[in-house]
Design a protein around this ligand. Structure first.
Ligand SMILES: *Cc1c(COP(=O)(O)O)cnc(C)c1O
Length: 219
């Protein structure tokens, strides 16, 4: 199957209102252009340098999403153009995004990453940290970021019940948060292996890489 075929198949399965982020990390520009030529405009990367290079090389109507774990010292390189940052997991990182966005006279949309998996290796805030962050005085003074929703990654397991339970937890945090931040609308959850489960649990943004572009080669 070609990249276009994969993309068409996935798009045909997504309910209306679910945004597809095509995760193009490690993939060459020619693969991205195949997806672009098939109509895809939203791409996700997890390394800042790689995303900057692709942004420079590729058409300017692409929306670049940073989906990976982010170091504060890298924010400045993408502040000019990044469309959405999915993995905001600390007040210090948010503060840095705010500072760099201000330099470019922008407001950068951000998702707060919530830790829902059993694995300690995955990043994200817990419920208390989320409450603290959004109720802090500092948060209220940040004018160059906008929290537009939440993001999470489920445990890597074949146990569908476990995965669904984790997504359901994130959905309930999202619904709770909406009462405090009525403008939030994005719930980013689901990857190649679990996006159908994520959509059943209320996801409206899926981040899909290998099912579109094929397996990644990290060697
Ligand atoms: C790599 C990655 C994805 C996509 O993973 P696939 O299994 O290839 O679909 C989604 N989200 C994040 C945060 C990732 O790092």
């Amino acid at each position: 199957m070609s990249i276009k075929d994969n993309l068409d198949k996935i798009k045909s399965e997504l309910p209306l209102g679910v945004t597809l982020v095509a995760v193009s990390k490690t993939k060459p520009n020619k693969d991205i252009m195949q997806a672009y030529d098939a109509g895809q405009r939203v791409f996700g990367e997890n390394k800042v340098q790689e995303m900057v290079q692709k942004w420079q090389d590729l058409p300017k109507d692409i929306e670049w999403h940073m989906i990976g774990h982010l170091q504060r010292n890298k924010v400045k390189y993408m502040a000019e153009f990044v469309s959405l940052i999915h993995g905001v997991d600390s007040p210090r990182l948010l503060k840095e995004i705010d500072k760099q966005a201000k330099k470019h006279d922008r407001v950068i949309p951000c998702l707060l990453q919530i830790h829902i998996a059993e694995e300690d290796t995955k990043f994200g805030l817990d419920k208390n940290e989320l409450d603290q962050l959004i109720n802090s005085e500092e948060f209220k003074t940040m004018e160059n970021i906008k929290i537009v929703g939440l993001m999470g990654m489920a445990t890597f397991t074949d146990d569908k019940k476990q995965v669904s339970k984790e997504f359901a937890l994130l959905k309930s945090l999202f619904d709770d948060l909406k009462t405090e931040l009525p403008d939030i609308g994005i719930l980013s959850m689901g990857m190649s292996g679990d996006y159908q489960l994520a959509i059943k649990e209320g996801s409206n943004m899926v981040r899909i890489g290998s099912s579109i572009f094929g397996a990644r080669n990290y060697s």
